[in-house]
Ligand binder design. Sequence first.
Ligand code: ATP
Length: 319
Amino acid sequence: KKKIGILTSGGDAPGMNAAIRSIVRTGIMEGLELFGIYDGYLGLCKNRIVKLNSDSVSNMINRGGTFLGSARFPEFNLVKNRLIAINNIKEKGIDYLVIIGGDGSYIGAKKLTESGIPCLTIPGTIDNDVVGTDYAIGYLTALETVVEAIDRLRDTSSSHQRISIVEVMGRSCGDLTLAASIAGGCEFIALPEIKYVKEDLLKHIKNRLSKGKKHAIIAITEHICNVENLARYIEKNTKRETRATILGHIQRGGKPIAYDRILASRMGSYAIDLITKGNVGKCIGIKNGKMVNYDISYALKNMKRPFKSDWFNLAKKLV
Ligand code: ATP
């Protein structure tokens, strides 16, 4: 029987459990043996590997986070640590790994594949910054969470004629901020893909206020600026109370929406399909509603996530 190891890596994302469940259940149907590796690449080095059966993934479809745990383990870029991991994989007789995570996790998977451990990767991150897919597992659930938070801020901002700044996750990808801004009706958006000029933002907000707008919501992707300082700058220059809210890890938690459960289930099952066909070293994605796969190293080297400039132009028209 071929043996498959599964691990979740990088930031956790709602729907990862549904993906693990799908890999386990469809894998068992194909006569494969399944193993869970706890705590991502760290657990691989620490040999935290357990056998999984159909019951191990009961009651998981609706649960946020990842029951296998995840970890940031930058030391996995060291050859000596990867050799420990490879040794553990071989000792357990594991033939293939399925890795659910973001682009950092993909790099680890590429290196393992090149060292003779064939991997498949499934995109799981709320940032949606992974190449080779329209959607990563967890992104649309996080989007709902961010929009709900913006709605709540809107209620209180408009009651108090206040300016609200919301900091949204995404690292160097503005997808979550952009989509949430359109759905949440934000007055100004700052994204990593677009040059940010503090003075332009102020000018825009002043202009809105002069037209009688009672409140304003500004959405900003993390790492663009210090939102607390920005709030003080806007308050000083508009004489309007301005508050910053960093949504932080609230965006990561919560049960996955139905779409993410379905996406995760499809991707998990597709991973098993690819393995049974001997089609490995691939990253899995969804493109125009269909499951697709690309060579991991090709995708990391040659593919770029497109910026949705049409969405950005729409957002600007709607303020
Ligand atoms: P998210 O987008 O949610 O943050 P991610 O997968 O991009 O997820 P990272 O922390 O960048 O998160 O990567 C996850 C893990 O992948 C790292 O902690 C590390 O163990 C492994 N990894 C990242 N980069 C490399 C690399 N260059 N070589 C080997 N392993 C790596």
